[in-house]
Design a protein around this ligand. Sequence first.
Ligand code: FAD
Length: 672
Amino acid sequence: MPDTTTSAPSSPSAPAEFSDDAAGYYTPGDPVADTKAPGGPIDERWNTRQFEARIANPANRRRLSVIVVGTGLAGASAAATLGEAGYVVKSFCYQDSPRRAHSIAAQGGINAAKNYKGDGDSVYRLFYDTIKGGDYRSRESNVYRLAQVSANIIDQCVAQGVPFAREYGGLLDNRSFGGVQVSRTFYARGQTGQQLLIGAYQALERQVAAGTVKCYTRHEMVELVVVDGRARGIIVRDMVTGEIETYFADVVVLASGGYGNVFFLSTNAMGCNVTATWRAHRKGAYMANPCYTQIHPTCIPVTGHHQSKLTLMSESLRNDGRIWVPKKQADCAKDPREIAEEDRDYYLERIYPAFGNLVPRDIASRQAKNMCDEGRGVGPEVEGVRRGVYLDFAEAIERLGRETIEEKYGNLFDMYARITGEDPYAVPMRIYPAVHYVMGGLWVDYDLQSTIPGLFVTGEANFSDHGANRLGASALMQGLADGYFVLSNTIRDYLADGPFDKIADDNPAVVEAQQAVQARIDHFMTNKGTRSVDSYHRELGNIMWEYCGMERTEDGLRKAIDLIRSLRDDFWRNVKVLGTADSLNQSLERAGRVADFFELGELMCIDALNRRESCGGHFRGESQTEDGEALRHDDQYAYVAAWEWAGEDEPPILHKEDLIYTAIEMKQRSYK
Ligand SMILES: Cc1cc2nc3c(=O)[nH]c(=O)nc-3n(C[C@H](O)[C@H](O)[C@H](O)COP(=O)(O)OP(=O)(O)OC[C@H]3O[C@@H](n4cnc5c(N)ncnc54)[C@H](O)[C@@H]3O)c2cc1C
């Protein structure tokens, strides 16, 4: 791919000849703008906003209440920080403990521009890598702020006692992740998320003990309460008793994670879902770039229909593992150890010599697919195709010794061995891309406030920082940046006008929301259907993977929308939910989540159809270079697509936010 500079669009609106594949599927709306991001030099914007955002004085804070949905890194850090600041916080999660949030699964690490390795890192380089990695589809003000606060996160976590890996001399160690040429990833073996979450959980529990935070576990938010245009509370289902409860506050924060499970098979925890953000979307919060999905290149390949979950092998493994497939199809069924060096194709090193095995995830994933599509995949055949490539540590073990590899990646190797029954120290691992993360999420401004006043969104649940592709180890960074440093400094501007009027229990908006929740539950419990919730979810996931997965085309997306619509109709008529509503009932929980996945899935396809360009994790078959690389169209698509819910069976409304770069030049990405 040439490293040619393309200029920023002079007019981001589409030129006359622009053909809109999604015409008819949506209604064009007014542009949307982020009015909170200050102007001026990029390195001063965050200071400016922090100063300009008003402060509620300490005495008033004790009268201001905040609901935080989610106790992953984004939610736990936010609740703890807001509790420490003196607000009255209620924290909700659907697990039995805040500590079981999906963040616990994060393996590889967290980025920060500390330059401990002295290898040329800086705030600007982290900013640059992130914008470029996101294929110039994220906001520069947000990303610069993220890079600025990244270093604070590490200090905060070290102070909490998070056991980051250290070098012999005692300094914190770093490793590299995809899409960068420096080592800036801090890690705690392959359990970084777990260790960071223990830190955030401790901070949260400290506030619980201090009386500023109250935790509600096993409570699932099933509706947002909006009164007079402001988010004022949530309706939850007590998942143990089935009780429907309403909680009010001056402000609501959603830190409810990502929706990758719309694909059914993903590396996300089984419970991850879209319900909290989708319910907010239906109440007026715009959903931004929903089609931007990250497909991670290093997951354990699918082995058959029995699976309901896929397992990630951390990207950190690409530091030392070399990815290859046989040069000849005839070798694909052989024991890899019997394939001679000259018969192996280290295709990432061959195609991208500058970044090699450390190209960003979207590129590594697509090339793995290309190799398998060419018939050079390895591992067992599933439906007649071998979908796997090798991740080989033989050379690293020879160079560094088995002990060093064990020290760095031991738990990942053990996990691989337990799942596959193969010894990765002796035989190369087999990997294949799988859905892992979503860059899309609720639209937020620089303050992290959605289009519903009083509804703030943090972590993976918002769309803000990663554009069309997230770099490895940047999700933990964003979640903790939002929770420990950003939100507390922006939400105060909104809360400075509070406390707001008390909401009466019989307020019509509240009663209506409660009735809608009850009606949905009643429908599921009384429907005389014959098909299980999971079977619908699996079929929806297949549609999404097939037509809105690693490669999307106009025809495929149109087909997907039709398939989703008819499957959704069937779901409402024919789903069978077992058990009772007044007890722990996973079938009922999943029914609600799958119902929301159907609506989200359709919007994802419409969004993907509208964006007839390839960018980051969104690869449109119609938009590629001669050598098969992603081809962006900055003159037509340099915008955030912010979708508004227009009502049941109404086409969604598309609002475009122009992406304007002043501190960085838009270029065609090159990792060669
Ligand atoms: C296997 C794996 C490994 C990863 N490794 C890394 C890594 O090394 N580095 C990195 O930067 N990123 C990594 N990621 C991505 C990263 O882990 C996530 O993006 C991040 O942890 C999300 O954090 P969060 O706080 O936004 O959401 P989550 O951790 O998903 O937390 C969501 C919270 O919301 C709650 N919730 C959701 N819906 C509701 C509801 N309706 N009602 C009540 N509560 C609700 C849940 O109970 C939970 O507490 C990895 C992801 C996966 C899948």
